[in-house]
Design a protein around this ligand. Structure first.
Ligand SMILES: NC(=O)c1ccc[n+]([C@@H]2O[C@H](COP(=O)([O-])OP(=O)(O)OC[C@H]3O[C@@H](n4cnc5c(N)ncnc54)[C@H](O)[C@@H]3O)[C@@H](O)[C@H]2O)c1
Length: 338
């Protein structure tokens, strides 16, 4: 079975590609490689790598695939606000294009990487039936993509949306702009963990390998169970309050931490129910926060991970790419080609 993974060189993608290969799938990766291709070092020779953009790639490259896992996106709120129109182009229209082409070219399965950000902040425990309330361009683009892609379902095309909790853990393209990973980095570098006041806000989390496994779980479930369905991805016990999270991280890393309060009291909170994916797909998570936070800390201490690599803070890296593009444009406008 051939799986076409957009954004396959990213944080989740580079873990997912390895899991797919281990399970015997043929893998095609389509990616702009904004963060480079190092994340697929060691597996590149077993993967068909295509440098391309979801907004304009040649549809022919999709032919012969049995499933698409659509991860390519500007992958968080701050990156999504750099240029909201571009975010809608990539995260909404780009994904709709991928799904529409997949259907046209007889690819049977399509899985969208959506996010719990579609809920916004709400009291209570949110299930897939809860009202949605996206607050950012990133959240809105996810919801628009879900709303237009899931109705494409017919007897020959089976789309599914996964709303991921905030992901954590080591991957091959690292991200320190995610809450747990960022806390570990800050603790390692400065001995402090920034905590937004007053720390009682709830957030849901899921490990990167568990997140990747959820995509495979969907591919390996019957169509009846997943067609046009939305599933939250995570586990009930990994809904955690932010101050509690900071304490878990500090203890796991065995390092004395000062908590650095910032922001005005944040009443925005949400807790998510993961019973649907547990009950319908028999999905379980296997990784837990303290052990995996320690792993990241160890990787920093041993030098495997460079905490100063600008690529690991997603929005900083996209800003840098935009500045470079602007500089190149200005230089060539003046007739000087670099
Ligand atoms: N990491 C999380 O906590 C989280 C949570 C919820 C949802 N998600 C979603 O999961 C997906 C993957 O997230 P990630 O953490 O791996 O992000 P990432 O930024 O590490 O990876 C995204 C990949 O997509 C590529 N890309 C971006 N725009 C592209 C385009 N137009 N065409 C082709 N490739 C493009 C980038 O080069 C990168 O390799 C995203 O859709 C993200 O919104 C992530």
């Amino acid at each position: 079975m051939r799986v076409f993974v957009t954004g396959g060189a990213g944080y989740i993608g580079s873990t997912l590609v390895r899991l797919l290969l281990n399970r015997g799938y043929d893998v095609v990766v389509l990616d702009r490689f904004f963060f480079g291709t190092d994340s697929l070092e060691g597996v590149k020779e077993n993967v068909k790598m295509i440098r391309g953009d979801t907004r304009w790639f040649d549809p022919d490259v999709l032919r012969g695939s049995d499933a698409v896992i659509d991860l390519a996106a500007l992958s968080n709120d701050p990156s999504g606000e750099l240029d909201p129109e571009k975010t809608l182009d990539i995260n909404y229209r780009g994904r709709l294009r991928v799904a529409t082409l997949a259907k046209k070219l007889n690819v049977k399965r399509y899985v969208l990487a959506s996010s719990c950000s579609v809920y916004g902040f709400q009291d209570g425990i949110l299930s897939e039936e809860s009202p949605v309330n996206p607050l950012t361009t990133y959240g809105k683009a996810n919801l628009l993509a879900e709303n237009e892609i899931l109705p494409l379902a017919d007897r020959a095309f089976c789309p599914t949306a996964l709303r991921l909790a905030t992901v954590y853990g080591l991957s091959y393209r690292m991200r320190f702009d995610l809450a747990i990973n960022g806390m570990v980095r800050s603790l390692y570098m400065t001995g402090t963990i920034p905590v937004m006041r007053d720390g009682t806000q709830w957030r849901p989390f899921v490990h990167v390998k568990d997140a990747a496994s959820a995509f495979i779980k969907v591919l390996e479930s019957s169509e009846d169970e997943v067609v046009s369905q939305v599933f939250n991805v995570g586990s009930d016990e990994q809904n955690v309050q932010i101050l509690q999270l900071a304490k878990i991280v500090a203890e796991a890393c065995g390092q004395e931490a000062r908590f650095e309060w910032y922001g005005s009291p944040d009443r925005r909170s949400y807790r998510v129910s993961f019973s649907k994916i547990r009950n319908v797909l028999r999905y379980r998570t296997h990784f837990e926060i303290s052990r995996e936070a320690k792993e990241i800390h160890e990787a920093l201490k041993s030098g495997i991970l460079n905490p100063d690599d600008r690529r690991w803070i997603t929005v900083d890296w996209y800003k840098h790419i935009l500045e470079d593009a602007e500089l190149a444009r200005r230089v060539s406008l003046n007739g000087v080609i670099l």
